[in-house]
Design a binder for this molecule. Structure first.
Ligand code: AVJ
Length: 320
């Protein structure tokens, strides 16, 4: 069984419209901001994959260790027939779950959902080839908006890995979890990866690596806007900034104008004073009690929180 044709709920024009809306809202706000989902064109996706291999970027390795250790238990406890992955990207770590499900579960369908058509086309093709007998239904969509399109029926497990939930603001997170609960039936499961609060001396370098890959990834959002909206930003005129916010317990990525900058995008004249910063991402870090409380508020019951041996990253299994 090959991968089925991608189900496209986010057409080019929807993507274009939401990019324009975000750019207009974010670049006319004070302070200026842009949402992190616009990093991920194909170059951005590749830069992110490169980040996951950096010595400083621990979350991917730590989460992989947790999944490797507990995949069998996840299969046994959930008994899932359908695995849905939100923000699936390359689905690299998900293969640990697919391996366990193929060895002693009876998973029938894998449903990766991502905004990137390129990433999905690649991952669904590869996974369908690697797991014959598995039905692979890729969905092109935005995980904050396409939750009502998830396939129904059969015991479902929704995986949301990588700590991507930390890229949402707290209120967006609550809305997202509530919408996810509403899209599920009682008895379905969620598996959520969260980076944990720890010494900022460990966190900051993960977002400001010595090789400058994260800086390049951060600037990529300006390249995306230049290409998609015909803007004229000079990405190299911006410095990469990664700052730990101890009150909010999140890391913020920003682009700091190194000199006064004037750029044009849509019908806007965008001006940056020298030193002015544009927020491009927050990446929240969590405490175990906070994760359980947020899940409970949305109507989920946490059943397990596993961490890697160094306690860097947590994976929570919860039941709807
Ligand atoms: C893995 C998408 C959640 O917040 O760590 C990596 C992306 N940003 N380096 C994260 C990211 C900067 C990221 N997510």
């Amino acid at each position: 069984m090959g991968a089925e044709p991608l189900e496209i709920y986010l057409e080019e024009q929807d993507l274009g419209r939401s990019l324009r809306e975000d750019v207009r809202a974010g670049l006319t706000a004070r302070p200026k901001w842009l949402p992190p989902k616009w990093f991920y064109d194909s170059r951005g996706g590749e830069l992110f994959e490169e980040i996951t291999r950096l010595p400083e970027y621990y979350p991917t390795r730590a989460e992989r260790a947790v999944l490797a250790e507990h995949a069998d238990e996840i299969v046994e406890r959930t008994g899932a027939k359908t695995l849905i992955e939100l923000g699936s990207g390359s689905s690299e770590k998900t293969r640990l779950l697919l391996d366990a499900f193929t060895h002693h579960g009876d998973l029938g369908t894998f449903v990766p959902l991502d905004v990137s058509v390129d990433a999905l086309r690649q991952s669904t093709g590869q996974i369908a080839a690697e797991y014959p007998g598995l039905r692979v239904r890729g969905i092109v969509g935005d995980f904050t908006r396409q939750l009502d399109r998830l396939p129904t029926g059969g015991r479902r497990l929704v995986a949301f890995l990588g700590g991507t939930i930390g890229n949402l603001l707290p209120v967006e997170r609550a809305e997202f979890l509530t919408a996810l609960r509403a899209a599920l039936e009682t008895g379905d499961w969620v598996l959520i990866g969260t980076d944990l609060v720890k010494d900022p001396k460990v966190i900051v370098p993960a977002y400001d690596d010595a090789a400058g890959v994260t800086a390049d990834f951060n600037r990529n959002v300006l390249r995306v806007i230049n290409r998609e909206l015909g803007a004229d930003f000079d990405p190299e005129a911006f410095a990469h900034v990664a700052i730990w916010d101890p009150e909010q317990e999140w890391i913020e990525m920003r682009l700091r104008a190194e000199r006064p900058i004037r750029a044009h995008v849509l019908d806007l004249d965008v001006e940056f004073a020298a030193g002015e910063e544009l927020r491009t991402e927050i990446s929240a870090k969590f405490r175990p009690e906070g994760i359980a409380a947020e899940l409970a508020d949305a109507g989920f019951e946490s059943q397990a929180l596993w961490t890697d041996p160094d306690g860097l990253f947590g994976v929570t299994l919860a039941r709807a």
